[in-house]
Design a binder for this molecule. Structure first.
Ligand code: BGC
Length: 712
């Protein structure tokens, strides 16, 4: 590019070469969708490809890049993309697990580490972060994102974009980020993958757009429209939201990359008569790059001939693709990411272990945890006890089971004095009970049981919705027999979503959510179970008791007849409590911290001025071990012109406390914490009363609260 500007290049390009730049094809080294793209080498040589996904490794990428640079007429380099969602080679906890750290600095560091590994493998672009707020655990993709809360998702978005992209996209260690899937996929009909979304304009703006707004504000290089339609309009052709909202209102200057075959799927959506119309609709909406569907290479020329698109629209997208390649530094050196960078495998592994142990969430504990180091015999049973590959979870990029520490292995290393006996008992998802007896006999002869159950890695993520997200197969029957032995049992759950296990929470002596923790799963879980690490993970999603409660989340709008157990005419079920099994933010530790003395200053403020409210609370460690707590702050607008949520997350803070220590934890609330969308969906801040709630989880009954008043 030193010699040619993008405009000059555009002048030299034929229409076919231009359309070729908009074509992103899959190389099939990893399979993330239904079809392949034929002879890629030949198409690269012919200038019919602008980028490749699902290919990694210096040799593979180097060879493809050489074809583009040396054997095409104009020598325009390709870009290479891949789904690096939670690590490239070193696999970190799945995003849902990592969200539970509530730690933006670590969110950023893990993305930086993943970017360095991915860049060293030749990759320019990751299709991450996934920013779908998700409130429905039937939807398998809840695993890929930051959970139920828009503020958490927005903070997560910023941290991940910074982490992936670093200071400059052209750095050899940087990979461009793709915020996806825009938008509202988490509200998919009945939790079913690829289903339509019907969502109010208010909820769209309050819940589903803010994470993408944050990604744009952080300079995210690309955005992927979702597969789903929103209120009847498939996102791949949603001009109002893509071009109107993101580009024109928020000033997004990056690339719109379609999802996998999503452009041709406009035909199945029933909004395009053929591939040509589909291509025209997507381009008109602003979608620059066609991932895999071939609609652009096979349809845009004809669309031009039919007068469905303007050449200027094609030029506009080509300019963006070339600009993207320029920003990545590919015109200066197409092979810039094909050299080893200064990543240290050992440092990344340590980081992965730290993130993994911090993500482990202790849900219940009657005192059996931490396991006593004097334990003579521990039975480690269940189909996920010795299942290295499953620990990777969905979207495990270039990860490998052989790099993984199984739970069994982790416990053996952490408890060298204890005799550890193992039996899987049953499979994850079959009806074979033949292993029950032997496994139960081992449990009966042990001092404690680690019951390792849950889902297989491929039971969450894309195309893995579950109508009944309970323990699959005969695991419940197996667990019930283990519990019937009376031996103290710790249920260690692996899953990509909250599982419907209220019966287990009642019966097991302790229950731990480990999600999918990646390479260091076993080491991290063992550290927590044996007390080597005091658990810190918190739930980024509300955990339901039963599927019938879904969707369930903490920030529910106030209603006329709130739930009262004794009053039948209140909002409830006649066959089940409406309360979740565990609220958002829940997560126990081995330490004991108490909050007291919540205060706020000033207590009155004018909505017409700048607002700065200081909220303080004293946190005291009343136990005998160091504590690491997450403290949440919620606001409730008591009387507003529209019904507001009873608890809306506005901030959180961390407290590190030595035994006996008391610290004052402070929060600073600005105007945005009191603003909302009025009846006309305009941002406003009204005079009136606000309740500020501070606590360890989204539970009014345990939170401290104080009121402030605003005036005009
Ligand atoms: C998924 C995207 C992913 C893409 C490429 C699609 O099926 O929905 O999240 O980035 O495949 O692998």
């Amino acid at each position: 590019m030193a010699t040619r500007t993008i405009d000059q290049l555009l002048e030299e390009m034929t229409l076919d070469e231009k359309i070729g730049q908009l074509n992103l094809v899959t190389a099939g080294q990893a399979v993330t969708g239904p079809i392949g793209n034929g002879d890629i080498d030949e198409n690269i040589r012919g200038g019919r490809i602008g980028g490749v996904l699902n290919l990694w490794g210096r040799e593979n990428i180097g060879a493809a890049q050489r074809l583009a640079v040396e054997e095409t007429r104009l020598g325009i380099p390709l870009f290479f993309g891949f789904d690096v969602l939670h690590g490239h080679k070193t696999i970190f906890p799945i995003p849902l697990a990592e969200a539970g750290l509530f730690d933006p600095a670590l969110w950023e560091r893990s993305a930086r580490a993943a970017a360095m590994e991915a860049a060293a493998d030749g990759l320019d672009l990751t299709f991450a972060p996934m920013l779908d707020v998700a409130r429905d655990p039937r939807w398998g993709r809840i695993a890929e994102g930051p959970g139920e809360d828009p503020l958490v998702a927005a903070v997560f978005a910023k941290a991940k974009v910074r982490g992936f992209q670093g200071a400059r996209l052209s750095d050899r260690n940087a990979v461009a980020a793709t915020a996806k899937h825009f938008c509202a996929g988490g509200a998919t009909l009945a939790g079913r993958e690829y289903a339509p979304v019907d969502v109010s304009e208010r909820t769209l703006r309050e819940v589903y757009l803010p994470p993408f707004q944050a990604a744009v504000a952080s300079g995210c290089a690309a955005i992927m429209p979702a597969f789903n339609s929103v209120n009847g309009v498939p996102m791949t052709m949603h001009r109002e939201l893509l071009t109107g909202y993101l580009r024109e209102k928020l000033g997004f200057a990056g690339l719109f990359v379609s999802d996998y075959t999503a452009i041709s799927e406009l035909v199945q959506h029933g909004v395009a008569g053929d591939l040509v119309e589909a291509a025209a609709l997507a381009l008109a909406a602003g979608v620059d790059v066609d991932m895999v569907s071939g609609a652009y290479v096979n349809g845009l020329k004809e669309a031009l001939a039919r007068g469905l698109v303007a050449l200027e629209d094609i030029n506009r997208s080509v300019r963006r693709v070339l600009g993207f390649k320029q920003d990545l530094g590919l015109f200066d050196d197409p092979y810039r990411r094909l050299a080893p960078n200064d990543i240290s495998r050992r440092e990344i592994e340590e980081l992965a272990r730290d993130v993994a142990r911090r993500a482990v969430t202790l849900l219940t504990n009657n005192g059996v945890l931490p396991l006593s180091r004097g334990l003579r015999r521990l039975a480690v049973v269940g189909p996920l006890a010795n299942a290295r590959g499953e620990m990777l979870g969905p979207w495990s990029a270039a990860g490998a089971p052989e790099n993984c520490v199984a739970i069994l292995e982790g416990l053996k290393r952490a408890l060298p004095e204890t005799e550890i006996v193992f039996h899987p008992g049953c499979g994850v998802d079959d009806d074979d009970r033949s292993g029950f007896e032997e496994a139960i006999a081992l449990c009966a002869k042990s001092g404690a049981v680690a019951l390792c159950i849950g889902e297989a890695a491929n039971m969450s993520g894309e195309a893995s919705s579950r109508a009944n997200p309970a323990l699959p197969g005969v695991q419940r029957q197996f667990a019930e027999q283990v519990l019937a032995t009376g031996v103290p049992t710790v249920a260690v759950l692996s899953s990509g979503r909250p599982l419907m296990v209220s019966w287990l929470a009642e019966k097991a002596q302790a229950m731990v959510a480990t999600w999918f923790l990646g390479d260091q799963a076993g080491a991290a879980i063992a550290e927590v179970l044996t007390g080597g690490f005091n658990p810190t993970g918190r739930l980024p999603v509300t955990w339901p008791r039963e599927t019938g409660q879904i969707p369930i989340f903490h920030a529910v709008r106030s209603l006329g007849r709130p739930f009262k157990a004794a009053d039948p005419f209140t909002s409830k079920y006649i066959d089940l409590s409406p309360e979740p099994l565990f609220p958002f933010g829940h997560g126990l530790s081995y330490a004991k911290v108490e909050l007291a003395n919540l205060r706020v200053s000033p207590q009155e403020f004018s909505v017409t001025n700048e607002i700065e409210i200081m909220v303080e609370v004293d946190a005291k460690n009343t136990g005998s071990i160091p504590a690491h707590e997450t403290i949440f702050l919620f606001v409730h607008d008591v009387v507003a012109s529209v019904a507001r949520a009873g608890m809306e997350l506005k901030d959180w803070a961390k407290a590190e406390l030595a035994p006996g220590e008391t610290k004052t934890i402070g929060f600073r609330l600005g105007k945005e914490s009191f603003e909302f969308l009025d009846k006309a969906l305009e941002t406003c801040c009204e005079a009136g009363e606000f309740e500020i709630l501070v606590g360890f989880e989204a539970d009014r009954s345990t939170a401290l609260s104080v009121r402030v008043r605003s005036f005009d």
